[in-house]
Design a protein around this ligand. Structure first.
Ligand code: PHE
Length: 355
């Protein structure tokens, strides 16, 4: 019969020798494996004299559970040791100099917004903001675009509720309303931001960017509007000889209204802005409609002014030769790498915008 006292002593001394995962596995198989000594001993319990069987089995069980206990303890010790060595080997010394840096780039839309803010701040505009989610009053009604006005349908509006009370703003013009409701004239602001229309192709995305301009005072007239836009376009395209023209147009919130075109030509199928026999529409503008002033409790007999709205993404495409608007919003790193701007190269009036 198996001498359990000897077995227990033997196991105890073997356990002292464990120092890694392999020696642990050896003991596991030798004693508890399919053909292990303890496993075999259980198999022959039936052959033992029934008188001794009980105490033998109890003692064998005890040896087994002690051994299992020891094995578990060693297992966690070994695991811990392994993690420690791994951590030591994989330590990152954050004080070491970096060999390879991947620098982020400024998106052309952000760059152009910075350029525009820089230009307009030079002639006295400050920056105003409004939320992307608007109510229909600010986006339409107050802007002299009442319900059932055809201009509402033309905007392909994303409504947020069945009553059409809330929507994603279709233009930045509601910021005009917000600003005039909050401040008394004189007012001279620009408002860059996201705008939304249900439309998507090479030159349209459901989300795009506009910049709104608003100048209200006692004697602000169409000449000021023209001077302001001429200053801006020449600065923006960095071309003092840039040709532009005003073309009569219609917006519900301005009267008279105009669209502004700049001249361009095609060179190797690429648009070159500045001179040429072709015209490209870049913005909408006009004198703020008296109804709009009345809607925000400004007396149109005393105050008047101009407003304009332009597409930021379109200007970015034109200035930086980008052909597909959708590529602006794909989040492709290679694209940003190519068209993006250095983060340290902030556009300023005195240091230059893009050069
Ligand atoms: N909000 C107009 C548009 O999105 C542009 C505009 C703004 C026209 C201000 C005139 C005055 O088309």
């Amino acid at each position: 019969m198996l001498d359990l006292k000897r077995l227990s002593r033997e196991i105890n001394s073997k356990i002292q020798e464990i120092n890694d995962r392999e020696s642990l596995e050896v003991i596991k198989t030798n004693y508890l494996g399919k053909k292990g000594i303890i496993t075999e001993a259980f198999k022959i319990l039936g052959q033992i004299d029934p008188e001794k069987r009980k105490s033998f089995a109890a003692e064998l069980n005890l040896i087994k559970s002690d051994l299992l206990n020891d094995i578990n303890n060693f297992q966690s010790k070994i695991n811990f040791k392994e993690i420690e060595t791994k951590l030591k080997l994989e330590t990152v010394d954050i004080t070491l100099p970096v060999n390879e840096i991947r620098r982020g780039k400024i998106h052309p839309v952000s760059q152009v917004i910075d350029e525009l803010t820089s230009i307009f701040s030079e002639i006295g505009f400050s920056v105003a903001e409004g939320p992307d989610i608007e109510n229909e009053f600010n986006n339409f009604t107050a802007l002299n675009t009442p319900e059932h006005h055809p201009a509402r349908d033309m905007h392909d509006t994303f409504y947020l509720d069945d009553d059409k009370k809330f929507l994603l703003r279709t233009h930045t013009s509601p910021v005009q309303i917000r600003t005039m409701l909050k401040n008394k004239p004189p007012i001279k602001i620009i408002a860059p931001g996201r705008t939304y229309r249900c439309d998507s192709d090479m030159t349209h995305t459901p989300m795009f960017h506009q910049l709104e301009g608003l100048h209200i005072g006692e004697e602000v007239n169409m000449g000021h509007l023209k001077g302001c836009l001429e200053f801006f376009l020449k600065k923006f395209f960095e071309d003092d000889n840039l040709e532009m023209r005003f073309r009569p147009s219609h917006f519900p919130f301005t009267e008279p209204s105009a669209e502004v075109d700049i001249s361009y030509k095609l060179e190797n199928n690429k648009i070159v802005v500045g001179k040429g026999d072709k015209w490209l529409e870049v913005l909408g503008c006009g004198m703020v409609h008296p109804n709009v002033l009345r809607n925000v409790k400004i007396n149109p007999k005393k105050f008047q002014g101009y407003a304009f709205g332009l597409g930021i993404d379109r200007l970015a495409m034109l200035k930086y030769g980008i052909t597909d608007l959708r590529s602006f919003f794909n989040g492709d790193l290679r694209w940003s790498e190519h068209y993006g701007f250095d983060a340290n190269d902030v556009p300023t009036n005195y240091r230059g915008l893009s050069k």
